[in-house]
Design a protein around this ligand. Sequence first.
Ligand code: SAM
Ligand code: SF4
Ligand code: SF4
Length: 345
Amino acid sequence: MLADAMNVLDTLQRSLRNLRLSVTDRCNLRCAYCMPEEEYKWLPKRSILSFEEIARVVRVFTSLGVDKVRITGGEPLLRRELANLVRLLAANPRLADLALTTNGVLLVEQARELRDAGLKRVTVSLDTLRPETFRALARRDDLDRVLAGIQAARDAGFPGLKLDAVMIKGANDGELCDLLDYAKSVGAELRYIEYMDVGGATRWRAADVLSRAEMLERLAARFGPIEPVREISNAPAERFRLADGTVFGIIASTTAPFCSSCDRSRLTADGMWYRCLYATTGTNLRDALRSEPDDAKLAELIAGHWRARADRGAEDRLAELSRGAYAGRDELAQNPHLEMHKRGG
Ligand code: SAM
Ligand code: SF4
Ligand code: SF4
């Protein structure tokens, strides 16, 4: 019988529950809020963790209390044979949830295979329904493929399909209501995300953030009364309900961060482990994995770092009076792991 997982607490009494796995730093889009440059340096192939290494480190994490894993990137569907990784992870009895965040461009080809391999849930990022805005925001011409990908995820039978939309003033905020209508029409739950000053968002300006308060005001003007959904959860999205029953979420990471209950950490494709989205330093688990055959020793290393965790990156950012981009181009060139597409969104 499987022993109970440990419950490792950090300095703010937050558990280690949620792991985001970036499986590649590459992407087939160039979203203006994530990868605004044309040129990026990719992680060297030899540094990328194999599926077996990922499955092993996830086993260690799950022995310490992690029960939710989300596969992300970069664009995770660019990682070859991703379904094989899903199969390995799905065999871990301690994982209650195994989800994927994707831009959807390659979902038509992969949705069914991923579902069959044991993937439980899919979130597709969708910021606009207008081809010209998609071209301006994602700087590729793939909106039709994304919409077909959403249909493919539905056809594959994924329950609880979610759509994530980063709302940026002057870019896509005119579609606030249309996006909700669309999500409803495809049976998905929409989550609006406040534009964040994460690494990579070098064009970020406070003036471009559409706040949760502004979103709710505009949505109420169009759809009528909105009530909060009362639930106990550590999920970052606050959920709301329209009078017709439509439920949507808002992730107010910028104006109302949820660091005090944050149980998530991130593992990059090359095995760097970060305990906060804004952390400037992380732990090299790749070298540990490749030199340490004893899982118990790996678990000790991970637990020790989690116990020392005091990060509250988004709250610290909120406290700064004049706030610009988190990291400039030079800093990102020095420390590419700060980039959202490397760290895993
Ligand atoms: N490529 C996949 C995708 O776009 O869904 C997965 C990785 S992406 C980094 C994960 C999520 O991060 C996406 O939903 C994206 O919109 C979000 N994201 C990236 N940069 C952001 C920013 N500056 N502010 C808010 N969300 C951001
Ligand atoms: Fe856009 Fe995701 Fe690619 Fe970033 S990683 S550029 S958010 S598709
Ligand atoms: Fe968690 Fe850091 Fe994000 Fe705060 S900023 S919610 S501590 S990852």
